[in-house]
Ligand binder design. Structure first.
Ligand code: NAP
Length: 324
């Protein structure tokens, strides 16, 4: 069986993992970066990116991730494609087992495995991804300025997305499957006090309607995209149409952390618990960054910032270990 020993292994090649790789490589740690099922992370399924600093014009998410990977490789990070299927953090060096059968031994680890947005699971929702269907108001809301949009969900994310969009869009309809929200009270109070937000209780989306005949189109719905929703009541057999230009699905995220569940502390929703404001996990020498930790901000730039913090702390940890 193939075995190798590393200073630092970074798991994940999204914005957090690759930023950690850039910093760690420049600190001469020679990091090995392991890429999983979606190399490049969530930005690879995004089209226009206008909120990553440093680019005056909109850039494409996949291009940004390609650049980050090349930047990491140019400063000395090695990238390997192997999905991590098991870990042993109970003793040092830590051991990671890859799907390929390889075992990796390492003195430190940065977990940057990200999270996936939950989707409704409708065929029409998939068809209009990036053409009117989004899971991130902060990323895509600007494309809908002055337009009518819907937000699906009743948790903190849905209410925060609705409030954010209410400052940009003509109107926002929050569609929730029950008759009360699970979002915290303060957010609910702000929601109810916002005049251009309507709430549609006890409804689910049956179909995303749109003009799929036209080719292409961005998140802004140019050249084809979403025109409305067909909604079904959860109380009776009634159905109705709602005209909207965009729909934001905010029904939660799933952090990609199941492989770590017996190795480090996770919260009830599976997010990695780190010390307040930092990147240290419950095991010394194992750090975590990006959307596998963060359920609030979930931005490429915040993930990149956490990746930087994790690399700096890993470097400090390794230096302290070697002083002993
Ligand atoms: P969440 O709390 O799990 O809420 C998901 C919402 O989506 C629920 O209202 C749920 O309905 C609804 N839903 C789930 N599946 C659905 C489906 N198939 N069709 C229609 N509706 C569906 O998720 P979240 O709002 O993303 O929050 C996740 C965690 O992050 C929570 O712990 C939250 O407090 C935290 N968070 C915190 C902040 C903050 O502190 N500012 C911001 C965002 C998130 P039901 O209510 O009927 O189950």
């Amino acid at each position: 069986m193939e075995k190798q020993h590393e200073n630092l292994i970074i798991i994940g090649t999204g914005a957090a993992g690759l930023t950690a790789a850039i910093y760690a490589a420049r600190a001469n740690l020679k990091p090995l970066v392991l890429a999983g099922l979606q190399p490049g992370g969530q930005l690879t399924i995004t089209s226009d990116v206008e909120n990553y600093p440093g680019f005056a014009e909109a850039i494409q998410g996949p291009w940004l991730m390609e650049q980050m990977q090349k930047q990491a490789e140019n400063v000395g990070a090695r990238i390997l494609y192997d999905l991590i299927a098991g870990v042993d953090f109970a003793k040092t060096p830590f051991c990671l087992m890859g799907d390929s059968g390889a075992q990796y031994h390492t003195d430190s680890v940065i977990i940057a495995t990200g999270a996936q947005a939950r989707w409704l699971g409708l065929e029409s929702e998939t068809r209009f991804h990036g053409k009117g269907v989004s899971a991130c108001a902060t990323c895509d809301g600007f494309f809908y300025r002055g337009k009518k949009v819907a937000v699906i969900g009743g948790g903190n994310s849905a209410v925060e997305e609705a409030l954010y969009l209410s400052n940009i869009c003509e109107s926002v309809t929050l569609i929730h499957r029950r008759d009360h929200l699970r979002a915290e009270q303060l957010l609910q109070t702000r929601l109810m006090a916002t005049p251009n937000i309507n709430i549609m209780w006890n409804h689910v989306v049956d179909e995303v309607l749109g003009d799929s005949g036209s080719a292409g189109g961005s998140a802004g719905g140019m050249g084809g995209g979403v025109t409305g929703l067909r909604l079904a009541s959860t109380l009776d057999a009634s159905a109705q149409k709602l005209a909207v230009d965009g729909v934001f699905v905010a029904i939660g995220h799933d952090p990609a952390t199941s492989v770590f569940k017996d190795a480090i502390a996770l919260d009830a929703e599976g997010y990695i618990i780190t010390e307040a404001g930092g990147v240290h996990s419950s095991v010394a020498g194992v750090f975590a960054a990006g959307d596998c930790v963060d359920k609030i901000y979930r931005q490429a730039v915040t993930a990149a910032g956490m990746g930087c913090m994790a690399a700096l702390d890993a470097e400090k940890f390794l230096a302290e270990q070697r002083m002993r």
